[in-house]
Ligand binder design. Structure first.
Ligand code: NAD
Ligand code: SER
Length: 320
């Protein structure tokens, strides 16, 4: 039976992945941890939770021993926009934290490590219309640099130490449970909240900005499917492209207007435009489809309907 430690568990993805994994493996087998406990009371009451700083290796060792952990999911990260404000913090958390996790896994003979990568590994030189699985990786952000280095070091542990490390290059993740934590793709979440709350949104990237995106249910599915995939079928390990949908901000706004005809949008691009412009429009995820059967379920309109419904209900209840 898996005994999983999730680090970075109260973030956008961790808060939902923790609950999904508890359903599969049992609450006693999924330990949530983060550098602070700024999560909802509901979350903290339902899970086993520990405060941990991923840059402190001995703290990770203590939790591995305390809970007899055999699998670590490392979601602790400083994302692209915040990372540009504090590049050394991004390096420390995303790289030194990852190395700590890999070293603990090696020294304590853990069964598996999962580390997300990102479309931020791409940059100038990557084909913009659709990033291939194998391509030029010249990111322009510190976040992207840590993700490329993270993929390489993770694959090194696979080859050198036979450690089972897996990872996927998430596109922008759109969700309605926990707000995103300082990324460039955050506009694709904020637009739904502002549509419901104010009927309008001011977007920090231009209307023709097109990026690969994925709805949270597909993100959870991709993560769990890769975690459970037969190791023997994997040719790649830490760097799977995973796609779901690709749309411009204009198309996103039009999708919202189908259900809220009075919705209005204006554009005030800031420093995040250059980051978005350095990433591709879409990704080729044929390796993930072939090696572990990846297949997304949501497209833009089915996601929009669900986002507006869930966020609308929260607004009616005064929760947002
Ligand atoms: P998030 O910012 O919402 O959550 C990250 C969590 O890490 C936060 O809860 C934060 O408190 C925690 N953290 C930061 N420093 C820490 C430290 N020193 N020790 C322990 N915890 C620390 O991020 P997310 O969106 O949930 O992303 C999870 C992973 O997925 C990251 O690796 C990220 O790069 C990757 N990813 C996310 C997206 C996306 O759109 N959300 C896209 C691509 C890749
Ligand atoms: N959503 C993330 C970001 O914008 C992509 O890795 O930083």
């Amino acid at each position: 039976m898996k005994k999983i430690l999730i680090i970075g568990a109260i973030g956008q993805i961790g808060s939902e992945l923790t609950m999904a994994l508890r359903t599969i493996y049992g609450g006693e087998n999924v330990i949530a941890s983060d550098i602070n406990n700024a999560a909802s009371e509901k979350f903290l009451k339902s899970v086993t939770f520990e405060i941990i700083d991923i840059t402190n290796k001995s703290a990770i060792v203590s939790l591995v021993k305390k809970y007899n952990i055999n699998t670590i999911i490392d979601l602790a990260a400083i994302l692209s926009a915040t990372g540009e404000k504090n590049p050394m913090l991004a390096w420390n958390v995303n790289i030194n934290g990852l190395i700590n996790v890999l070293e603990v896994a090696r020294e304590h003979k853990l069964e598996q490590v999962l580390i997300p990568s990102s479309i931020a590994v791409f940059g100038p030189g990557t084909p913009i219309e659709c990033a291939p699985q194998e391509t030029v990786l010249h990111p322009t952000t510190m976040y992207g640099i840590t993700k490329v280095a993270g993929e390489l070091v993770a694959d090194y542990y696979v080859k050198k130490y036979n450690l089972d490390v897996r990872g996927l290059r998430y596109p922008g993740i759109i969700s309605n449970e926990t707000l995103p934590g300082g990324g460039t793709t955050d506009y694709a979440v904020a637009i739904y909240y502002d549509a419901i709350k104010y009927g309008k949104y001011t977007c920090f990237v231009k209307e023709d900005t097109r990026l690969p995106m994925m709805y949270m249910p597909d993100c959870l599915k991709a993560t769990i499917d890769l975690l459970q995939a037969d190791l023997a079928t994997l040719k790649h390990h830490s760097d799977f492209n995973v796609g779901a949908m690709s749309f411009s901000v204009k198309e996103l706004a039009e999708s919202i207007k189908k259900y809220m005809p009075n919705f209005q949008i204006e554009y005030k691009p800031d420093y995040r435009q250059a980051i978005a412009d350095s990433w591709p429009n879409a990704v080729d995820d044929s390796a993930a489809r072939k090696e572990w059967g990846w297949k997304p379920s949501y497209d833009l309109n089915t996601m929009t309907q669900d986002m507006l419904k869930v966020i609308g209900e929260k607004h009616k209840k005064g929760l947002i």
